[in-house]
Design a protein around this ligand. Structure first.
Ligand SMILES: *Cc1c(COP(=O)(O)O)cnc(C)c1O
Length: 419
């Protein structure tokens, strides 16, 4: 006999089934969300992005300046190394901190390019540079600690600090100082509770690059005050106009001891989807990160790590072509933006972003971006997402044709606003 509405097997064993049924849930389930998740800000970038995607899906010709990733493919030799590892069955768990071969290749990179001597045990490979930042903050910060973050900032830093129950302390900067904090500003922000200073040069979202002298001076303050530095160097290789990038760790043994480097494969090797980044840290911090990772993600993907070894040890020729292309787009966009009424755009010597000041249009960043998308079908990221409401972020990691079209539309939009 089959009871209507029940699958056959339960109908055949009605009593056993009844005994096995869990208690019915209470009528009003209390889906209490933990405080640590409730304090997070929703991602504005994602909101704009999903609106732009929805418009594209409707067949609307949207020009996107929102991309936080290079528009180039991962170089072939890196993909080949990964595919070979996969074919050879390199598909099992690896040590949580990454395969020894990759940790060695990263240590070699820092020796070769930065003059920094790390043991492989000080290198932890994680699931993306973002994950590396998260691990560093989790390993070093707790309730009562303050973390100094210059604004405009990469939008995940303050949220990660909040997840660690620590307090973000924001130092405001503007385009007048090329979005750079001064040693005096840093010194004034430090209190006995300051644990970490987050430095990101070249910067997302501004593209600003500190000179070696400026970096050293900030490092000097941290050394003097005993403050750790998390130096996010993921855009190290993406610079223009001869800008020199020097790691804050490289100025003295004391600077080295105060610095945790965060780096990754996403930008200079166009491997955003591979999810691979790393930290280079003093031994006790590396150990703590290893432990955290061992109980959360475990190792980053095994065969992806083999591709990363090829990325570091293989040819870097691809970068030359990318940099020529990025530089061309940047110069074009920079000039076009500065020719728009109400817009001024600081020079940016790194990464692949421009961060124009829109305050002359009379609009704040959210309204500016919403109307730009609505009226001209151009997607940009409101600066408020990065703690700077008078600016918007434009990524030039998109084709020259797109940049020309998008900026012509933006010019039209700005000229249409009542000045
Ligand atoms: C892209 C980026 C990262 C790392 O990104 P992943 O995709 O997680 O490797 C880290 N910091 C900044 C500032 C970035 O822009």
């Amino acid at each position: 006999m089959r009871v209507a509405g029940l699958p056959l097997f339960t109908a055949q064993f009605p009593l056993a089934h009844a005994r096995a049924l869990p208690k019915p849930p209470p009528r009003f389930m209390n889906y209490r969300i933990a405080d640590r998740a409730k304090v997070l800000s929703p991602s504005l970038t994602l909101a704009i992005d999903s609106k732009a995607k929805a418009m594209k899906a409707e067949g609307i010709d949207v020009v996107g300046f929102g991309a936080g990733e290079p528009d180039f493919d991962t170089p072939q030799h890196i993909k080949d190394a990964c595919a070979a590892a996969l074919a050879a069955g390199f598909t099992k768990y690896t040590p949580a901190a990454g395969i020894p071969e990759l940790r060695q290749a990263i240590a070699d990179k820092h020796q070769r390019e930065n003059g920094l001597t790390y043991k492989p045990s000080q290198i932890i490979v994680s699931c993306g540079g973002k994950h590396s930042c998260y691990n560093v903050i989790m390993a070093t910060c707790q309730e009562g600690d303050e973390v100094i973050i210059p604004a405009p900032y990469w939008l995940s830093y303050p949220e990660m600090v909040k997840l660690a129950s620590a307090k973000p302390v924001i130092i405001e900067t503007t385009d007048k100082s090329e979005f750079k904090v001064t040693p005096a500003q840093l010194r004034a922000a430090i209190t006995p509770n300051t644990r970490l200073f987050i430095l990101n040069s070249p910067s997302n979202p501004t593209g600003s690059v500190y000179s070696p002298e400026e970096i050293k001076a900030l490092g000097d303050v941290c050394v003097e005050k005993g403050v750790l530095i998390m130096s996010d160097e993921i855009y190290e290789h993406l610079t223009y106009d001869g800008a020199v990038v020097k790691s804050v760790a490289s100025f003295s043994p004391a600077h080295f001891e105060h610095t945790i480097i965060v780096h990754g494969f996403a930008k200079a090797w166009s491997m955003t989807g591979w999810r691979l980044g790393w930290t280079a840290a003093p031994e006790p911090i590396a150990k703590a990160i290893d432990a955290i990772q061992g109980h959360s993600t475990s190792n980053p993907t095994s065969f992806a790590q083999k591709g990363a070894v090829a990325a570091l040890n293989g040819s870097q020729e691809h970068l030359k072509g990318w940099l020529v292309e990025f530089a061309k787009r940047r110069s074009f966009a920079h000039a076009k933006l500065n020719a728009m009424p109400g817009i001024t755009c600081a020079n940016a010597k790194g990464a692949f972003y421009l961060f124009p000041n829109i305050s002359g249009t009379g609009l704040k960043s959210t309204e500016f971006c919403a109307r730009l998308l609505e009226q001209e079908k151009v997607a940009a990221v409101p600066g408020i997402a990065f703690g700077a409401d008078d600016y918007i972020r434009l990524s030039y990691a998109t084709s020259m044709a797109n940049i020309e079209k998008g900026l012509a539309r933006m010019d039209n939009f700005v000229r249409g606003l009542k000045q």
